[in-house]
Ligand binder design. Structure first.
Ligand SMILES: Cc1cc2nc3c(=O)[nH]c(=O)nc-3n(C[C@H](O)[C@H](O)[C@H](O)COP(=O)(O)O)c2cc1C
Ligand SMILES: Cc1ncc(COP(=O)(O)O)c(CN)c1O
Length: 218
């Protein structure tokens, strides 16, 4: 396969030396803010890796909905899904995950690994309440990741749920909620010329612990 040029030289995409950062959360916020300005869509899209009961990896995209502010005990990365989906079942059985953000137009990648916890009902309710009504109905209608007989069967389920929730607020389905990944590792990657990329890994032994920072060969 011939390689297409991947845009302008990238030396200038990250002014300053991001290896100077003392801790990863502020740097992540900066990079997410840059992505929000530059990516054409879904700057918060992230690949989420889990493992199944056989120890086999699985990966799919989700949308990052929050990064906790400083001071939050299990400060981490939050997304929402159906707990009965494949990812939901895998995370409930083996609550450890990896994330991979790739902001193509910025030539940047951030990788995260850490233990996973369930968000509180209050957090899930608060986020669910912000979703468009049609997406709230969809959360009731979709048995995510289970076999669907036909598109018509889904449309019937949507119609039935719409009829059930004609008036008033749509409550959050009990099986629809969020997961929080509390990072013990965060790696920042920025492409440089000749594949001599910049990599900086932050690690800590436990949530709330001190970060160590290491440069890695590209
Ligand atoms: C850009 C993008 C963002 C997505 N965001 C979510 C999300 O936040 N939550 C979710 O449940 N599925 C999301 N999906 C769908 C998932 O990738 C996946 O198809 C679905 O959740 C089923 O995954 P599972 O069978 O591994 O549980 C997204 C898909 C794409 C392409
Ligand atoms: C099935 C599903 N659930 C949840 C989400 C999360 O995003 P939102 O809450 O904005 O719908 C997505 C985003 N594509 C999705 O596809």
């Amino acid at each position: 396969m011939t390689e297409k040029p991947s845009g302008p030289p990238t030396e200038d995409h990250t002014p300053g030396d991001f290896a100077e950062a003392a801790e990863p959360f502020a740097l992540f916020d900066e990079w997410m803010a840059d992505a929000t300005r530059h990516e054409p869509n879904d700057p918060n899209a992230v690949a989420l890796a889990t493992v199944d009961a056989a120890g086999h990896p699985n990966v799919r995209m989700v949308l990052l909905k929050a990064v906790d502010p400083a001071g939050y005990p299990a400060r981490g990365f939050v997304f929402f899904t159906n707990y009965e989906s494949t990812k939901g079942v895998e995370l409930l059985a083996h609550p450890y995950a990896a994330l991979d953000f790739h902001w193509k137009s910025l030539h940047r990648q951030v990788r995260v690994r850490g233990p996973v916890t369930q968000v509180s009902d209050a957090e899930a309710d608060a986020y669910f309440a912000t979703r468009p009504r049609s997406a709230q109905i969809g959360a009731w209608a979709s048995q995510q990741s289970r076999p669907l007989e036909s598109r018509f069967a889904l449309e019937k389920a949507v119609a039935a749920e719409t009829a059930k929730h004609l008036v008033g607020k749509v409550p959050r389905p009990p099986h629809w909620s969020g997961f929080r990944i509390t990072p013990l590792e965060i790696e920042f990657w920025h492409s440089r010329l000749s594949r001599l990329h910049e990599r900086v890994m932050f690690k800590r032994a436990e949530a709330g612990g001190d970060w160590t920072k290491t440069r890695l060969y590209p």
